[in-house]
Design a protein around this ligand. Structure first.
Ligand code: NAD
Length: 496
């Protein structure tokens, strides 16, 4: 994506302090459709100074604006109206999401519905936040208040642009915080549409700000600014490390949702047909650009050959094309640079001696010439020590690893720096729960892959992150805890 000087045509503004503005430098970035290279829009290319201005707006909205006095009931109503606004524009938003990041339309439609549900879930939760009280030894009424953390810097990736924005904004607003959201520089358009919906429901100026631009500059300012009380980040593990270091400036609160190299474990007694679907969907949904993708398929040896053959029979059904075309099941990767990164891993896999079963190349034909397409790729005979079995590729590349017994499966499953998601396929419920109990991962599935619920906590063990999003746990990171002690004894303490 090239950075160009501002022109008048097709240039969007970003949302800061309740106003639609350009970047201070006037620089803009061209946002292109990764399926055909069409120019979708130009958006402001913010630098540190733009993020700082948005942080100041948010600070003023939190410290001096009317937002702190808005009741939980009214915060909830705002969130319900945002959900309604998203639903009213669902078709347009889904199409824009598909054009922005390449995913098939059916997946984008699901994301928009899920984003609306997320605002509704937290709209309902706004009125259910409560403190606590305990009997303490002194003659004192002691109780606990839950309060908003304050100004939240929220940085999100390009694979679920609208949904990640909802996951960040909804709990933060329900808890009474103010936000500066920075979408990925590659996919800012649906976050800007969300800002329009938010403007229409009448949140006070500065409560939600959306700053477009790259991590270097705008993102770094959000992570390092002393005026930001919390940084909430979703993205790569290497970036997460940098954000954590930057957050030490003022020891701001931090939550990190990072990468994964997730094991999808199939035991020999699993239902073959279900496991085949689960393996393919786990690896190739959203082009494999999913933090929780089942990118390592661990198969017990007696089923190995049959499972691999059955997968190979189904792979041709994964129709590639522009996500808006009917029947397409896999769109392009998000950018040329990202496709090159994935292709580099395919080369590494070959060099490491893994057996390429299918894919591994760009699809041929005029329909694919202008997009960043890559065929669904399966490597067999992968060893747990290989880089393609250890490092997050974040594309349509599946590594198949055979194992003998449960103990070996668990050992291989846990043997990466990540711990985001994992699945187990077996008809033996006792084994399923025994294995789940040993998996070092924050999200686990039995006989399914990928379903995720706004009501349930999302996040990882180990280098996959810190904290949890969604559900009741997801709002915890947006709340401070204050103890209040009221002396009920009317005699002076007489200490001196
Ligand atoms: P990325 O880390 O490159 O970028 C994510 C965001 O961080 C972008 O907005 C980017 O502009 C910003 N950024 C980059 N450098 C920064 C810096 N130094 N300071 C502040 N901000 C900075 O990730 P990506 O390529 O956009 O997304 C892919 C990654 O996201 C994958 O690793 C994937 O696993 C992860 N992810 C995790 C989850 C989860 O819930 N755990 C969900 C989706 C994606």
């Amino acid at each position: 994506m090239t950075v160009k000087t501002k022109t008048k045509t097709e240039t969007r503004d970003m949302f800061v302090g309740g106003k639609w503005v350009q970047s201070r430098s006037g620089a803009v970035r061209e946002i292109l459709d990764p399926a055909d290279g069409a120019l979708l829009a130009r958006v402001p290319e913010s630098g540190r100074e733009d993020a700082a201005a948005a942080i100041d707006s948010a600070r003023a909205a939190f410290d001096d604006g009317p937002w702190r006095k808005v009741t939980a009931q009214d915060r909830g109503k705002f969130l319900f109206r945002i959900a309604e606004g998203l639903r009213a524009e669902a078709k347009k938003l889904a199409e824009l999401e598909t054009r922005s990041c390449g995913k098939p339309l059916a997946e984008a439609e699901f994301d928009v519905a899920d984003a609306a549900n997320c605002f509704e879930f937290y709209g309902g939760l706004a009125t259910k936040l409560h403190g606590e009280t305990m009997q303490v030894p002194a003659n004192s009424l002691s109780f606990v208040l839950r309060e908003p953390v304050g100004v939240c810097g929220q940085i999100i990736p390009w694979n679920y642009p609208l949904l990640m924005a909802a996951w960040k904004l909804a709990p933060a607003l329900a808890a009474g915080n103010v936000c500066v959201l920075k979408p990925s520089e590659l996919t800012p358009l649906t976050a800007l549409e969300l800002a329009r919906v938010i403007e229409a429901v009448g949140l006070p100026p500065g409560v939600v700000n959306v700053v477009t631009g790259p991590g270097a500059g705008a993102g770094e300012e959000l992570a390092s600014s002393r005026k930001v009380d919390k940084v909430a980040f979703t993205g790569g593990t290497a970036t997460g490390r940098r954000i954590m270091a930057a957050a030490t400036s003022n020891l701001k609160k931090i939550s990190l949702e990072l990468g994964g190299k997730n094991p999808n474990i199939v035991f020999a007694d699993a239902d073959l047909e279900m496991a085949v679907d689960g393996a393919l969907f786990g690896a190739f949904a959203n082009q494999g650009e999913v933090c929780s993708a089942g990118s390592r398929l661990l198969v017990q040896r007696p089923l190995h050959r049959r499972l691999v053959d059955a997968m190979l029979k189904k792979v041709p059904r994964i129709k590639l094309g522009h996500g808006l075309e009917p029947g397409v099941k896999m769109g392009p990767l998000v950018s040329g640079a990202h496709r090159e990164k994935v292709e580099a891993y395919i080369k590494i896999g070959r060099e490491e001696g893994a057996k390429l079963l299918c894919g591994g190349k760009r699809p041929a034909g005029a329909a694919f010439a202008k997009g960043f397409f890559l065929e669904p790729t399966i490597f067999d005979e992968v060893k747990p020590s290989m880089r393609i079995a250890r490092e997050e590729i974040f594309g349509p590349v599946l590594a198949v690893i055979a194992f003998d017994d449960e103990e070996e499966a668990v050992r291989i499953a846990n043997d990466t720096e990540y711990g985001l998601a994992a699945a187990v396929w077996t008809k033996d419920v006792t084994r399923a729960l025994r294995v789940v109990g040993q998996l070092r991962a924050g999200i686990t599935w039995v006989n399914t892959y990928h379903p995720s619920h706004n009501e349930m906590p999302w996040g990882g063990y180990k280098a996959s992150g810190i904290g949890r999003e969604l559900g009741l746990h997801g709002i915890e990171g947006y709340l401070e805890t204050k103890q209040v002690n009221v002396n009920l004894d009317e005699t002076p303490i007489g200490w001196y």
